[in-house]
Design a protein around this ligand. Sequence first.
Ligand SMILES: NC(=O)c1ccc[n+]([C@@H]2O[C@H](COP(=O)([O-])OP(=O)(O)OC[C@H]3O[C@@H](n4cnc5c(N)ncnc54)[C@H](OP(=O)(O)O)[C@@H]3O)[C@@H](O)[C@H]2O)c1
Length: 368
Amino acid sequence: MADRIRTGIVGATGYSGVALLEVLVRHPHVELQFATTRQPDLAGEYVHREHPNLLGLTDLKFSLYEPSSSAFAKTNEIILKQAQACDVTFVCVPSGASVNIAKDLMGHNTRIIDTSADFRLRDPARYKEFYGLDHPFPHLLKEYVYGLPELHREEIRKAKYVACPGCNATAMILAAYPLTKLDIFPNLRIVFDIMAGSSEAGAEPTRASHHPERSGVARPYAVKEHRHLAEVRQELGLKSDCVGATMFAIPMVRGVECIGHVFPEKMVDEKDLWKAYRTAYGSEPFVRIRARKTGGPGSLPDVKYVRGSNYCDVGFFLDEDRGRIGVISALDNIIKGDVGNAVQSMNLMLGLDETTRLGDMVPSYLFE
Ligand SMILES: NC(=O)c1ccc[n+]([C@@H]2O[C@H](COP(=O)([O-])OP(=O)(O)OC[C@H]3O[C@@H](n4cnc5c(N)ncnc54)[C@H](OP(=O)(O)O)[C@@H]3O)[C@@H](O)[C@H]2O)c1
């Protein structure tokens, strides 16, 4: 590994891009070499022009990279060469756009960490089903490791290419994963309710994300299927009729609060649940277990206590009278649901302590 890890970000004007800048400008081993945009009027401007919170923290300027336009062939070539030569390129663009960028970067020096969904699913048929597109490079899917360290740590260490999980997928998988170690599995059926913050939808406004439409609501959407369920089924090894979810848009900018309901054929003991969660996460640096019966703040996972950090808090409860197990998780969609997994993966890929920089991000209690 070089003394300094040469990195760059493709898609640095968006929410993932700015969150990654926030983390990387204070990463002790990272040298940020480029941050791209397709917007000609931002090219050559300091990144703090677009992201005012970064004033005084970095002198980095935006570079123009618009691979779909031949009008920018010369500048595209410069960035492409720089990205191909660096140690790690983070690709933070919408699903569907990422795939073409990654293809131009693969096969060169750079490792790639992609925050989109373009390389998360091993089966291209699922990509078509959930993203409505024929995957243009299905043969490349097997080259990517799913970037969730809690499930794939050793594969990530050896990987050159990593596809980071979706934010809701991270919340669902980490909430339910310990159940796969109990004998109620594999006949597990689980339905999640997910309360999601508005930043999940990215920086591009839509009617649904516009403040007057979104503020003060608890609005159900994607009530039966959500794209991230494809990842949950893949990672937990469950069939589609065994995992469902209903999403709620709530008035919160950052955060995912997730609860899964399970009605097992045979009920489990609370001590079995504790054992399963402790076995799965007892030595995980960024997963904390909260499952106190006392009630009140902090007894179960709550977005308020993870926001601004790379923690995913998980917990559970038993509803014996109805034969139900509730599993709960909370995370910051932009950190543990996105660039936190990306940086944790980068640390692993480069042989660093995986908590480097991320361990400094203490949840911000009165944030928001
Ligand atoms: N937001 C979340 O909570 C979250 C969580 C997990 C994963 N992700 C994933 O991370 C990726 C980025 O999400 P985001 O929330 O940052 O989105 P965003 O705020 O909409 O930002 C998208 C970025 O990509 C660039 N871009 C847009 N269309 C492009 C195209 N066709 N070709 C090249 N660049 C393009 C945009 O910049 P310019 O217009 O300046 O070029 C912008 O920098 C997505 O794939 C998303 O699914 C997001």
